[in-house]
Write a protein of this length. Structure first.
Length: 287
C-alpha cells in the first residue's frame, strides 16, 4: 500500500523527532514498546496517524508525526487536560505549583472540582502523579476515587516539560470519542495504533474484571470490525492486546501476530512484577 500524500512520516529518522516522555503515569502504557517499533516497522511511511486509545500517549510521543494527526480517548478529563496544556502550559504549571505531596493535600484536591480549565488540568496531573499506581478509576457516579499513593518523590512535570508536550500536540486533532469514530478520518496509507484495555473472554483476573466495566469483550468484537474497516481503506494498523486464546481467535485476520514481553509493573510494591506476555497484531509488512 503506497502513501497517499507526498508529505509523510516514517520510523527511522529518530534524530528528527526526539522522543518525549509521557507527562502522566498510565496503567497499561506503552512506553516499553517504543524502542521495539523500528524493527517492526522499518521504513514504513504514513501520511496520517491515528491513536484512538490515547492514554499516556507514549507511541505518539515516540514517533515522528506526519501533518495529519488524530488523537482521541473516551476519557474526557484526559483529553481536556491535554488541550489545556497545549493552550497554555504556563498556566497549568502555575496551578500545579500550589500543590504539596501529602495525604491531606491529595484528598483535598481530589474532592475539589475546579471550573477553570487550567486549574482542572493541573488537578488531573497532580492526582495522577500522587495517586496509587497512576490508576484512573471513577465510582458509579463518575467521581474519581483512587486513594493516595504515599509516593516520596513524585515526578510532577516541570513547566519546561509541559511546554514541550504542548508544542508536540500542536496541529493534532484532539477528540473525546469512542474508538469506532476514529475510522472517519482514516485514509489510504495512514497508520492507526490501537491499545485497548485488555479484556478477554472467560478470565477471572481482578484487573480484567475491572476492565470489563470499561471495555467489554463485546467492545473487543467491535474493535475487530474496526480493524477490518481500516484494512478496507488501505491503511495500516498496529494493535496491542492480551495474550489469550480468545483474543488470538478474534483477531486472526491473516496478518502478523507477534508475542511481545514487558516488565509487569501493575500492582502494589508486593505485587508480582515479572514479565508479561502480550500480543501485537499488525498488517505492516515485515521489514
Amino acid at each position: 500500500m503506497a502513501p497517499q500524500a507526498a508529505t509523510i512520516a516514517h520510523m527511522t529518522d529518530s534524530g528528527e523527532a526526539p522522543t518525549l516522555s509521557p507527562l502522566l503515569r498510565w496503567a497499561g502504557g506503552k512506553r516499553w514498546l517504543v524502542n521495539k517499533l523500528p524493527s517492526l516497522m522499518g521504513m514504513l511511511e504514513f501520511p496520517g496517524y491515528h491513536e484512538p486509545f490515547l492514554g499516556g500517549a507514549s507511541i505518539f510521543l515516540g514517533l515522528r508525526m506526519p501533518p495529519r494527526v488524530f488523537l482521541s480517548d473516551l476519557n474526557a478529563e484526559l483529553i481536556h487536560t491535554y488541550e489545556a496544556i497545549r493552550t497554555d502550559p504556563s498556566q497549568v504549571a502555575r496551578f500545579l505549583e500550589k500543590y504539596g505531596n501529602s495525604a491531606e493535600v491529595y484528598y483535598e484536591v481530589r474532592s475539589y472540582e475546579p471550573i477553570d480549565p487550567f486549574d482542572r488540568a493541573a488537578r488531573f496531573v497532580f492526582l495522577n502523579h500522587t495517586s496509587f499506581n497512576g490508576i484512573y478509576r471513577v465510582n458509579l457516579n463518575g467521581v474519581y476515587n483512587v486513594p493516595y499513593g504515599h509516593r516520596k518523590s513524585p515526578q510532577i512535570p516541570s513547566e519546561d516539560q509541559l511546554q514541550a508536550f504542548g508544542e508536540r500536540l500542536e496541529g493534532a486533532v484532539l477528540t473525546v470519542a469512542d474508538f469506532a469514530e476514529s475510522i472517519v478520518n482514516v485514509r489510504k496509507g495512514d497508520l492507526v495504533f490501537l491499545d485497548p484495555p485488555y479484556t478477554v473472554a472467560h478470565n477471572q483476573n481482578g484487573f480484567v474484571k475491572y476492565n470489563q466495566h470499561l471495555f467489554s469483550f463485546e467492545d473487543q468484537r467491535r474493535l475487530s470490525v474496526l480493524i477490518d474497516r481500516i484494512k478496507e481503506k488501505g491503511a495500516y494498523y498496529i494493535m496491542t492486546n492480551a495474550a489469550h486464546p480468545s483474543i488470538r481467535e478474534l483477531f486472526e485476520k491473516n496478518d502478523r501476530r507477534i508475542e511481545t514481553s514487558r516488565r509487569n509493573s501493575i500492582g502494589g510494591t508486593s505485587a508480582n512484577r515479572g514479565s508479561a506476555v502480550e500480543y501485537l497484531f499488525t498488517n505492516v509488512p515485515e521489514a
